[in-house]
Design a protein around this ligand. Sequence first.
Ligand code: FAD
Length: 380
Amino acid sequence: MSNYDYIIVGAGASGLLLGYHLGTDPFFKNKSILLLDKSTKQQNDRTWCFWEKGEGPFDHILYKTWPKIHFAGEAIDITPEIEPYRYKMLRGIDFYEYYLTQIDRYPNVDFVNDSIATIQDSGQQIVVVGEKNTYNGRQLFDSRFNYNTIREQSKYPILQQHFLGWFVKTDQSVFSPDAATFMDFSIPQQGNTRFMYVLPFSATEALVEYTLFSETPLEKSAYEMAIREYLSTKLGVREYTITETEQGNIPMTCHDFSKDNTDQLLRIGIAGGWAKASTGYTFYNSVKKVPQLVAHIKKGRPLKTFNPKTRFWFYDLLLLDILHKHNQLGSGIFESLFKRRKPQLIFKFLDEETTLLEDLYIMAAPRPWPFIKALTGRLV
Ligand SMILES: Cc1cc2nc3c(=O)[nH]c(=O)nc-3n(C[C@H](O)[C@H](O)[C@H](O)COP(=O)(O)OP(=O)(O)OC[C@H]3O[C@@H](n4cnc5c(N)ncnc54)[C@H](O)[C@@H]3O)c2cc1C
C-alpha cells in the first residue's frame, strides 16, 4: 500500500492541470501527490480548441490559432474578426508531453500507469484499488467519467455533443487558413441540431468534423457520409486524403454532478460537470477551475463545497430543455444569436463572464417563445 496526501485519478486535461498546479505551488512542497492513469498518454487522442483573449499559458505548445471565425446557416454567412480573442488549437499529445515532463521535475509528484477499478471512501481515508497496486490517500480527485452515472436521474435531460472528424489533405487550395468554421448549419438538419466544424491548418489541410447536439450518437457511416457530402458539395473537393480521424462524445447536461462528492473526494473534469452544458466546451473551463480548486484545497475547505451552481447553469438548462424536446430548433437559436450579437459578446457569455444586463441582451436575440415555455416548465 502506497500512501499519499493527494491522489488524482486520470492524467487527462483536468488531472494533468491539477497535478501541475499542485506540483508548482510551494504550499504543497511537503505534500505527496499521485497521478494515476490507465494510459501512458503517448497518443494524440484529441484536439482541444478554445477562445482566449491575447496571450495565454499554452501559446508555446499551440498547433494553430485563428483571428476570425466563420459562422453559417440558412440565412447567414459571416466571418468576423474576433479580436481581442483568438481561437486556439492545442493537440492532446503536445499537452500531455509538456505537462508530464513538467510533473516529472517535481519530486513530490508521482505519475503511475495503473488502471483503477474501485475507490473506497471511509470518511477518514480513501483507498484506491488499481490493477497493479493499492493506494491510500487523504484526498482524491477523480476524472473517470461514465455515462451511466448521469443516466440514473430523469430530472435533467442528457444530450450529447457527438462528432466524427477527418483530417484531410487536398491537392487544390480550398480552405481559408485565417478563419475557423465555428458552426456551419447550412447542412440538412434532419430534425436535429447538426453542424459542420472546420479547422483549416493551411489552404490544403483541415479537420472537418460533423457534429450534433442531440440525444443519440449516429452510426459511424452517417458521420462519414455527411463529411463526404460537405467536402464535395460545399467545398467542391473530390480528391483528398484522410490523414487522421477523431471521434468524440461529450455530455451536455445540467445533472447534479456534485451529489457523489464528499469532504475528501471530488469529481473533476467532465466527471465533475466541468463541460459547459450548452456547448460541450470543457478544456478552458478546466483551465479556469483548477486554480480555483487549488485555492479551495489550500483553505482546507471540504471538497464537496467546491463549485457551486451559478445563474449560467440555469440558462444552460433552459436551452437543453428546448433542444431535448425540440431538437430541430438548435440551428435557428444559434443563427439568431450570431446574426444579432457580436461574437466577442457571445464568447463572454459562454465564458460566464457577462453582467446580468448583458445576459438579458444575449437572451433577447433568439425567438423568445421556446425559452418562455422552458422557463415555465421549470418553474411550475
Ligand atoms: C475528441 C475530442 C475532442 C474534444 N475537443 C474539445 C475542444 O475542442 N474543446 C473543448 O473545450 N473540449 C473538447 N473536448 C471535451 C473535453 O475538453 C475533453 O474530453 C477533455 O479531455 C476532458 O478532460 P477530463 O480531464 O474530464 O477527461 P480526460 O481528458 O478524458 O481524462 C480522463 C483520464 O482518465 C483516464 N482514465 C479513465 N478511466 C480510468 C481508470 N479506470 N483508471 C485510470 N485512469 C483512467 C483516461 O485515460 C484519461 O486520461 C473534446 C473531447 C474529445 C473526446
